[in-house]
Design a binder for this molecule. Sequence first.
Ligand code: ZN
Length: 73
Amino acid sequence: MPFPIKICAICSEEFELRPDKPGFANRCPKCSEPEEAEDSPEDHVDVVQRKAEQEMNAARRRAIRDLLYRKDR
Ligand SMILES: [Zn+2]
């Protein structure tokens, strides 16, 4: 059974609308991919930045704890 042929809303190319096609139903697979790729670098920067902040906070907390610990002794 053939898949229905759709016209991409972005590049106006014909493409087969497969049930398992990722992305929007009115976009060809090629035009669905770049948008997903654009999102990930931002997410990656976010994750890296958040992790760096967490590590900085953890290190600061550890340093303060060490100071207090030493003072108690
Ligand atoms: Zn397209």
